[in-house]
Design a protein around this ligand. Structure first.
Ligand SMILES: *Cc1c(COP(=O)(O)O)cnc(C)c1O
Length: 376
């Protein structure tokens, strides 16, 4: 079976985990956490970056730090992972789902303004498949209405919008290092933000509401409980795993882009014949090959293709069931405007295996089997 995902492994992970263990500090904010956050800061142009226990937690931090209060509204796509919504539901926010652009599956920036009310506090663009949303337009709308922008860049590490790293453009950027993402630490993530004024509050929130980070830097002589907080810092052993991959970040990226390129080229004849649609990358975007998907005619074709590929030992998957149609989505929010694309496109999308070191022979076999399905 060719698996849909294989967690990335660059080579030195175990060696670095051993170093973390031998350093005598395996809890948060040790040597490897620092290496990872410094690297991200440099590579992605992030002024402040804190490693977290997940992207879900980075989003939770962003929701608290944005000052979201019960009754506030948050604009987001319905076509996203549950965490994008959960983080704001936890603050008591009401979710306002807006339709996507079918060509990128990203929040349609042209529909945002109409959904804004007095209560709108945050807009959450989700960079689907590591292809950036139209950030200039989104930042302009947010600026005009005085609302914050929290980028869900869970899939966006190593991808760019007009030369700027995804996650570095809004008020907050949230990354995931889950095992299904391009770079991994098992479970983990990061929170980035440009505003110096947010730094103390972010550190305190991440350290159980204490000013322990300042204490460790020697800025204060004892630490205390200063505000509400939780525990969002990952163990240094997890950061050690991630570090091995960040050191090889370009190699991993190139390898995934090569797989993406093979799929694009190998499946083009099917697209030309009108059987499938392929991903579209806007000119402004430099993506990271987080995902390779195709769109087929309808739900029924997708179901048949998935089971055909399974028989052929190729694991293909789909996601997301639109949040507004889920029980919790109905409870916590509503769809603003017409659902022209969210539901329809979500039923047509099919994701093919994509991971670091997907073998050339497997790439070819997948392309051949998908082709065989449609030619039969
Ligand atoms: C993976 C993912 C998340 C959640 O990331 P975790 O690190 O698993 O919490 C959130 N949003 C999107 C769009 C994702 O793809």
């Amino acid at each position: 079976m060719i698996n849909f995902n294989v967690p990335p492994f660059a080579g030195k992970e175990l060696e670095y985990i051993r170093q973390a263990v031998e350093s005598g500090k395996i809890s948060g904010d040790g040597l490897f956490t620092k290496k990872c956050s410094d690297w991200m800061s440099e590579a992605y142009g992030l002024r402040h970056v804190l490693l977290t226990t997940s992207c879900t937690h980075a989003l939770e931090m962003a929701a608290v730090l944005s000052g979201v209060q019960p009754g506030d509204e948050v604009i987001l796509p319905s076509y996203t992972f549950v965490s994008t919504a959960d983080a704001f539901v936890q603050r008591g926010a009401r979710l306002v789902f807006v339709d996507i652009r079918p060509e990128t599956m990203n929040l349609d920036e042209r529909l945002i303004e109409d959904a804004i009310t007095e209560k709108t506090k945050v807009i959450v663009p989700v960079h689907y498949a590591g292809v950036g949303c139209a950030m200039d337009e989104i930042m302009e709308i947010a600026g005009r209405h005085g609302v914050k922008v929290v980028e869900d860049a869970a899939q966006g590490a190593g991808a760019y919008y007009k030369g700027r790293a995804l996650g570095s453009i809004g008020d907050f950027g949230c990354y995931s290092f889950h095992e299904t993402k391009n770079y991994s630490m098992g479970e983990g993530g990061a929170l980035a933000f440009p505003d110096d004024g947010v730094k103390d509050a972010a550190e305190i929130l991440r350290e159980k509401g204490t000013n322990r980070s300042q204490f460790f830097r020697g800025q204060i002589d004892k630490y205390r409980w200063v505000d509400y907080g939780s525990s969002y810092l990952p163990s240094d052993m997890n950061a050690a795993y991630l570090w091995a991959q960040l050191e090889e970040a370009d190699i991993i990226r190139e390898d995934r882009l090569a797989s993406f390129g093979h799929y694009q080229e190998g499946l083009r004849p099917l697209a030309d014949k009108g059987y499938i649609e392929q991903p579209f990358i806007p000119d402004y975007a430099e993506h990271n090959a987080h995902m390779y998907y195709i769109k087929v005619k309808d739900l029924e074709t997708r179901t048949r293709l998935i089971s055909y590929l399974k028989e052929q030992e190729v694991q293909a998957v789909f996601h997301y069931v639109p949040l507004h149609s889920a029980p919790a989505g109905r409870k916590f929010g509503y769809f603003h405007g017409e659902d022209r694309y969210t539901t329809k496109e979500s039923e047509r999308i099919l994701r093919l295996p994509m991971y670091y070191r997907l073998k050339q022979e497997d790439r070819e076999r997948i392309i051949e089997r998908v082709t065989a399905f449609f030619e039969a």
